[in-house]
Design a protein around this ligand. Structure first.
Ligand SMILES: *[C@@H]1O[C@H](CO)[C@@H](O)[C@H](O)[C@H]1NC(C)=O
Ligand SMILES: *[C@@H]1O[C@H](CO)[C@@H](O)[C@H](O)[C@H]1NC(C)=O
Ligand SMILES: [Fe+2]
Length: 426
């Protein structure tokens, strides 16, 4: 009798569907977005990014050339501020010419304040608005890499837009244009509803390189023209690596596709940037790369941009007591323990791979077995991350999965800053 019962139980376990399992969604189709307006000077692809402690860069594209002017103020319809900037455009393969790409830096701005602005000056018909980041904790960061322009990308952005955040962090691979430049325009239009309201701080991925031997010898043409980041303000000579502060949080945005060897420009800049950090005023230290240094997914194993960059820079970040390292590239979510040189180390950074924005290439579903002890959570699903830096010592990280069209919390952990750990002296 006992034996029969056991048999039934075993059969039930085998036959009943595991209720907690999740069917990985299929890829969804690419979206194509056309300009909202036929007006050749109407602003489109509006996005903003932080510049220094109290300024914002406003970037937008027009079909025809306009004066790169932004008017702004704290009351809708009243613009006490005005600033001029610069513009550029680029050709790609004779068949594509971008619109006029405009960049205007405005400020100084008050913290945690809604600003209303018009791109192209007073006469422009459309008003946008953004909120500047707070000058005290808590500070909220939304994080998603490898975004693309699919229906999944859109669902990720819809979920992010419903979460009250201050800054968006994108660890590389933006549009997946893959040389076909109009996709960059679709990407700009798709992100505008979010990226015109909150600063988007990005770094480059492999999909940004867009180099073609003989035919297009310059790399990062679209990326550098369209997504200018505050590199000069952080003492860097390249748009591919830079740093910025949001109150007490220092972000180092590294370039997985720029030279990273000891002695390289990026390496020297990183050394200098790390030395300049005062953990009393910026207790939190984050780094962002594209190709992960730690990754137990079968995708992207052994690539030079992961292995060699880790070899070159891991000790620098470890010695500086970096709290968290975000990466993308692998289309899945994985969170590690604190790690240094492949082993648990209580003074090492927590590594988080968040390349799950939802691009056209789909998910990276295969993981190595067994799960190494340093990997604490891994799942191949689309979604986004939410980091709330609560105070100088505590932050909460959550991973929100796109359960089809609903955002569901699947991983949540409290993190403490290494600056608050006296046994990890900085
Ligand atoms: C912007 O440029 C226009 C035209 O040259 C000029 O009239 C205006 O004063 C400038 N605005 C600012 C804020 O410098
Ligand atoms: C920081 O936040 C954590 C979590 O809410 C709390 O337990 C801790 O007491 C706070 N620390 C300070 C100094 O306020
Ligand atoms: Fe990538």
């Amino acid at each position: 009798m006992v034996k029969v019962c056991n048999l039934v139980a075993i059969m039930l376990i085998v036959l009943l569907p595991n209720v907690s399992s999740y069917d990985r969604p299929a890829t969804r189709k690419n979206i194509v977005m056309h300009p909202y307006s036929n007006d050749p000077v109407s602003p489109e692809q509006v996005h903003i990014s932080l510049v220094g402690p109290d300024k914002m860069r406003i970037s937008w594209i027009t079909k025809n050339s306009v004066m790169p002017t932004v008017v702004y103020g704290t009351t809708s319809g009243e613009y006490e501020g005005s600033a001029n900037g610069t513009s550029s455009s680029y050709h790609y393969l004779m068949i594509y010419r971008s619109g006029q790409i405009n960049d205007v830096v405005i400020g100084p701005l008050k913290p945690n304040t809604i600003y209303y602005y018009k791109c192209g000056g007073q006469s422009s018909t459309q008003e946008f608005n953004f909120k500047s980041p707070p000058s005290q904790f808590p500070i909220r960061f939304a994080v998603a890499g490898d975004l693309g322009t699919t229906e999944w990308s859109k669902s990720t952005l819809d979920h992010v837009s419903k979460w009250e955040h201050d800054v968006f962090i994108l660890p590389g691979d933006l549009s997946y244009a893959d040389l076909w430049q109009p996709v960059w325009d679709t990407f700009g239009r798709m992100v505008q509803p979010l990226a015109s309201k909150r600063p988007w701080m990005v770094t480059q991925g492999n999909h940004e390189v867009e180099l073609i031997p003989v035919l297009h010898r310059q790399s990062f043409t679209a990326y550098n023209n369209r997504w200018r980041m505050p590199f000069e303000e952080s003492g860097s000579t390249s748009n591919l690596y830079y740093s910025f502060n949001v109150f007490g949080v220092h972000f180092i945005m590294l370039g997985s596709y720029a030279d990273f060897e000891p002695g390289s420009d990026q390496y020297q800049w990183l050394e200098k940037d790390l030395k300049s950090i005062d953990r009393k005023t910026t207790p939190w230290l984050m780094a962002v790369i594209h190709a992960p240094w730690y990754n137990t997914n079968e995708a992207h194993q052994g690539e030079k941009e992961s292995v060699d960059m880790k070899q070159s820079m891991e000790t620098l970040l470890y010695n500086a007591r970096v709290d968290l390292v975000f990466a993308g590239h692998v289309h899945a979510y994985e969170r590690f323990n604190r790690v240094y040189e492949d082993k648990f180390d209580k003074c090492g950074p927590v590594y988080i791979n968040i390349g799950d924005g939802g691009n056209k290439e789909g998910l990276a579903k295969n993981y190595g077995d067994p799960t190494p002890a340093i990997s604490l959570f891994r799942e191949a699903s689309f979604g986004h991350g939410q980091l709330v830096v609560v105070n100088a010592s505590h932050a909460q990280w959550k991973w929100q999965r796109n359960d089809d069209d609903v955002s569901v919390e699947k991983d949540s952990v409290w993190l403490t800053s290494l600056s608050a750990d006296s046994s990890c002296q900085i």
